[in-house]
Design a protein around this ligand. Structure first.
Ligand code: ATP
Ligand code: MG
Length: 1082
């Protein structure tokens, strides 16, 4: 087993034997010598097995640092030198890991170092347990409860500068992880008599001195206190005010901070100190004697100042307080009567009040701390209890308090004996282990002497207290003397066996305690056991306005009239001690046995006699002997098997056979020597703790291995689960993907297959079609061949006959048939009857000439038919049109456009015109053929003027169209010739016959006119001339013509290509240059 470097160092510097069980020879001297040797090397702790023996060093040793705690943390008890840390660690781990509630019992006489040991344990637990805000707060509260309770409950005694004057048992509560979550403190009987008086050299409780030394002056002023302890009756009598080892002022601040950390409200802190102050003040209240008129003694308050102050602090009436302190109410024959106290009575009442206030205040403090540190949640708790109770005391004068304290110590010793000596030895016998009995002193007999029902001292005391009549401490002693006279541990001067013992006073009894003889003065036993406070006093306290004070004296409430007597202090204490014992027995005990090295509180000094005395009464030698002969460890087989089953392959993970057999397998596997172990009936015994620690160590290593294995398997399982999940997911994903991909592929393939199928089918179909076509062609060809063949055959057969007879017939038939077909075709497809419809059915070339002739005939026929439908005027119009055609067709460019226009003739509707009528009445041109405005070209200069031209069947009339006056009339027969150009122009040159008879119109010569209807004008004038002369005039259509203008002959020339001419009529430019008249047109 490897050791820490620090641990190595400590071990190397180990002196003597660290476990007294290993002492050789095993004698008392050797044991004490060993203690002394170690003590001189500042090794104050020694083991007896797992019990720690601690010798008070009376000096600060470097044993309690954080580093040392770290060394001891989670180490086995024998790995390192003995230390309270080792036993604390053992207890803490057993509690945390094995779920066993623990208690650490610290015993030893006053000043042996119990309280210090309990603080060391708390310091260790605080450091090794978990961290965190809430946990640290709880730890801090638990730790801070120490200075507060010590200030109020500890005092300087002759034996100890910081002696605990109350018993304290503290349960530290942990959660399942081993982190502190709270605690419960139980306090046992405070030595309240110390409030009113102390023996010389001792002090009152620390808090009085601390308050006066540490509180700031203003606060003291509010408490109406002076900072001088000497000025207070309760502090100045013992002659001890200051203690070298105690800095009261510093402690006061620690107490205040502690109270704040625990959670006391500021108001509560003030109230607490107000009560402390009022106790001091009340202690200063003095009484003066007064003789009453009825002869009885009475008393008065000597100086009222203190009383006034107390009344102010507590918020009560001074008078009430005064009467409560000087008088008491007595019931005489059911009548309440006030009787005065004598001075002594008043002092007694005052002291009783002060003690009551202080002790109740102390109990309230414990309760208040408990409220703060209690576990607030409903969770399962593990508990580690630490018992630090006042140690065994022997003073010069021992009173009721010492009796109670020593009784308590007897009980603790009883527990120790029960568990380590008696029970252990009995167990060996029970389990059938070979055993030689170790003798020891069993203090049960002393416990019985004190606590036994009916006959025990406490019972006698209670009985005395309850007896009516005049009961005194003396009667109590007498009663004891009769009841306990035969008890070997009881001595009294009145008994025969002690009559000559002068060291035993008459008013005392002696008990032979396990730790030595103690003589108790009976004085005050009855009173203290009764623990009664005059009702007037408690009522006065309840009447105070002071909150806390009111709370402390609930029985002072006048409405609550309880006639029931409260239990005596002794019986209360007995009950609470029995409760404590029960509590301790329910837990796994761990012991720290404290030894005081000398009575002078000196460091480095070990008084052998003093130590020997303690070693004896503590029964340490017996303890060693039992341990040495016996076995350090025992465990029921089932539990042992359960805890160590992983140490053998056969028992891990489960063993189904007999538990004992399983245990044997484990031990064999671990190669444990036979003399190291013993097999009891139900338990296994292991001699040497080291063996157990080795087993524990192996278990720890194995647990590590198993934890790793479990982790490995678990991690493997988790990873595998994860992997399988991933795999399943992957399979799903890939199947989906493959599905999707396959679907896509399939669609593509399907499409491709369809395409291929299509192509193939098409190819096949084509092939088939080609085959069929081929077949059909073949069939057709075969048919044709066959036909031709048949034809040929027939022809071959019939050729001779055919040529002769059938040939001409067939030819004729064919000709007839073709003609017939041609004619029928012509008949069926005859064009319409419109003479201008040029359509005609096509025909074979051979019938071309017949077809043309038929077309002509048809046309003529339809023309005749058309003509027959016409009336005379239409016929005339048509003749006009035919004449125009004869004249102009294919000669004049503008002719075709004139064809569809009918020759209207009278474009101006002149026939109805009156002016015309006037004119024709003169000229007799009644038969009007044409009338329209025309452009007449001036023969001289070619200028064009507009004139009205009228053609009648007799003449041409030129009329001024403005005035409708006839300009001249040219008889139609005068017209010899008419010339026109073949071009676009719409001009005509009218050539006149040579003038005869001086005809004036003829003289003027030829004239040129232009009109939109020039075709009509020329046609109509020609026809009129023909009608008159039966001869058509000569009409020439040529670009040039020669004209006779008057006497001069002029060449009229039409020219095309002129530019810049205005469109419209006449649309020409006419220029005359001597004998040339040039008519330019576009
Ligand atoms: N381990 C220690 N290291 C240093 N000093 C110690 C140690 N233990 C005790 N002392 C000294 O001894 C004194 C008395 O110790 P402590 O108050 O613990 O005794 P106690 O057993 O509680 O006595 P009592 O029964 O009167 O309360 C302490 O004030 C301290 O000075
Ligand atoms: Mg103490």
């Amino acid at each position: 087993m490897a050791l820490h470097l620090g641990a190595q160092y400590i071990l190397e510097h180990n002196v003597g034997i660290s476990d007294a069980v290993l002492l050789d020879p095993l004698t008392e001297e050797a044991f004490i010598e060993n203690l002394k040797k170690r003590f001189s090397h500042e090794q104050i702790y020694t083991y007896i097995g797992t019990v720690v023996v601690s010798v008070n060093p009376y000096q600060k040793l470097p044993l309690y640092t954080a580093e040392v705690i770290e060394e001891y943390r989670s180490r086995n008890i024998y790995e390192l030198p003995p230390h309270i840390y080792a036993i604390s660690d053992e207890a803490y781990r057993s509690m945390r890991d094995r779920n066993l509630d623990q208690c650490i019992i610290i015993s030893g006489e006053s000043g042996a170092g119990k309280t210090e040991a309990s603080k060391v344990i708390m310091q260790y637990v605080a450091q090794v347990s978990g961290k965190g805000r809430e946990i640290d707060r709880v730890k801090e509260q638990l730790l801070q409860s120490n200075p507060v309770l010590e200030a109020f409950g500890n005092a300087k005694t002759l034996r100890n500068d910081n002696s605990s004057r109350f018993g304290k048992y503290m349960d530290i509560e942990f959660d399942f992880k081993g982190d502190p979550i709270g605690g419960v403190i139980t306090n046992y009987l405070l030595e309240k008599s110390r409030v009113a008086s102390q023996i010389p050299g001792e002090r009152n409780f620390h808090i009085f001195y601390q308050l006066l030394a540490g509180a700031d002056p203003t606060f003291l002023e509010t408490l109406k206190l002076s900072p001088k302890p000497e000025s207070y009756g309760f502090l100045n009598k013992s002659g001890c005010i200051t203690v070298d080892t105690i800095d009261d002022a510093r402690e006061f601040n620690l107490v205040k901070t502690g109270m704040e950390v625990i959670g006391f409200y500021r108001a509560e802190i003030n109230e607490v100190f107000q009560l402390v102050a009022s106790v001091l003040k009340l202690g200063n209240v003095e009484f003066s004697h007064r003789s009453n008129s009825d002869g009885t003694d009475g008393c008065d308050i000597a100086s009222t100042q203190e009383l006034e102050d107390v009344a102010k602090i507590l918020g009560c009436m001074e008078q009430n307080l005064k009467s409560a302190l000087t008088q008491r109410t007595v019931e005489v024959k059911r009548e309440k009567v006030k009787t005065d106290f004598s001075v002594a009575g008043a002092v007694y009442a005052r002291d009783a009040l002060c003690k009551a206030i202080y002790s109740r205040l102390f109990s309230w403090l414990v309760q208040r701390i408990n409220d703060s540190i209690k576990v607030k949640t409903e969770q399962t708790k593990k508990v580690m209890g630490v018992l630090d109770i006042y140690g065994f005391e022997v003073f010069e004068t021992n009173r009721y308090e010492q009796f109670i304290i020593n009784y308590c110590n007897e009980k603790l010793q009883q527990i120790f004996i029960e568990l380590t000596l008696k029970e252990e030895q009995e167990e060996y016998i029970r389990e059938g282990i070979e055993w030689i009995h170790v003798q020891y002193f069993n203090n049960a007999v002393i416990c019985d002497l004190i606590e036994k029902n009916n006959v025990g001292i406490l019972a006698i005391l209670d009985e005395q207290c309850l007896l009516p009549g005049n009961v005194t401490d003396k009667t109590f002693l007498e009663k004891m003397n009769t009841t306990c006279k035969d008890h070997p541990h009881y001595e009294s001067r009145a008994l025969r066996k002690n009559q000559s013992d002068r060291s035993l006073p008459h008013d005392a009894f002696r008990l032979k305690h396990y730790a030595g003889n103690v003589t108790y003065k009976v004085d005050g036993f009855i009173d203290k056991n009764n623990d009664l406070l005059y009702r007037d006093l408690s009522q006065a306290m309840y009447a105070c306005k002071h909150n806390l004070m009111k709370k402390l004296f609930p029985e002072g409430n006048p409405t609550q009239k309880s006639l029931k007597r409260p239990p005596t202090a002794g019986s209360q204490f007995k009950a609470s001690v029995q409760e404590l014992m029960k509590n301790l027995l329910s837990k796994n005990p761990n012991y720290i046995r404290c030894i005081k090295p000398n009575d002078e509180k000196q460091s480095g000094k070990l008084d052998l006699d003093i130590v020997k005395h303690q070693v004896r009464y503590l029964g340490l030698m017996e303890n060693i002997r039992v341990k040495r002969a016996g076995y350090a460890y025992r465990q029921v087989y089932d539990q042992f098997l359960y805890r160590y089953k992983m140490l053998a392959d056969e028992t891990w993970p489960s063993w189904h056979g007999d538990a004992k057999e399983g245990v044997k397998k484990i031990l064999a596997n671990q190669k444990i020597a036979d003399d190291e172990i013993a097999f009891g009936k139900s338990k296994l015994f292991i001699r040497n703790p080291r063996t157990l620690f080795d087993l524990e160590e192996t278990r720890r290593e194995r647990m590590h291995f198993l934890a790793t294995l479990i982790q490995k398997v678990w991690k493997g399982h988790v990873k595998r689960e994860h992997f399988l999940l991933m795999k399943r997911s992957q399979v799903i994903i890939s199947s989906r993907f493959r599905g999707f991909y396959g679907q896509k592929q399939y669609k593509r393939k399907k499409a491709a297959a369809l395409l291929l199928q299509c192509c193939t089918r098409r190819w096949k179909a084509r092939k088939l079609l080609a085959e069929l076509k081929h077949q059909k062609r073949m069939e057709w060809a075969a048919g044709v061949i066959h036909k031709y063949y048949l034809g040929w055959k027939v022809r071959m057969n019939y050729k001779p006959k055919f040529r002769r007879i059938a040939g001409p017939k067939v030819a004729r038939f064919m000709v007839v048939a073709l003609r017939r077909k041609f004619l029928l075709n012509v008949r069926d497809k005859l064009p319409s009857l419109s003479p201008i419809d040029n359509k005609w059915p096509s025909s074979l070339n051979m019938y071309k000439s017949a077809s043309d002739q038929l077309q002509v005939m048809h046309h003529r026929w339809r023309c005749r038919k058309y003509r027959r439908k016409l009336n005379e005027s239409q016929k005339y119009t048509l003749r006009e049109k035919a004449t125009a055609s004869d004249i102009f067709k294919d000669k004049k460019v503008i002719y075709p456009e004139s064809v569809p226009h009918p020759f209207k003739g009278d474009y101006l509707n002149l026939r109805g015109d009156m002016k015309w009528k006037k004119i024709h009445s003169v000229t007799h041109d009644i038969n009007l053929v044409f009338a329209d405005l025309v452009h007449k070209v001036n023969r001289a200069n070619g200028k064009i003027v507009q004139q009205l031209l009228v053609i009648s069947s007799q003449a041409l009339l030129v009329i001024d169209h403005h005035t409708m006056t006839l300009k001249y009339r040219i008889p139609i027969e005068y017209i010899e010739k008419i010339s026109l150009s073949p071009f676009q122009d719409k001009l005509a040159v009218f050539h006149m016959k040579k003038p005869e008879n001086g005809d004036k119109f003829a003289k003027k010569g030829d004239f040129i006119i232009g009109n939109e209807h020039i075709i009509e004008i020329v046609t109509k004038s020609s026809l009129c001339l023909k009608n008159k002369t039966s001869k058509m005039p000569e009409i020439t259509i040529s670009p040039q013509c020669s004209s006779q203008f008057g006497n001069s002959s002029v060449q009229v020339s039409f020219q095309q290509g002129a530019k810049g001419l205005e469109p419209g009529i006449p649309g020409v430019k006419v220029t005359r240059k001597k004998h040339l008249m040039l008519i330019s047109e576009p």
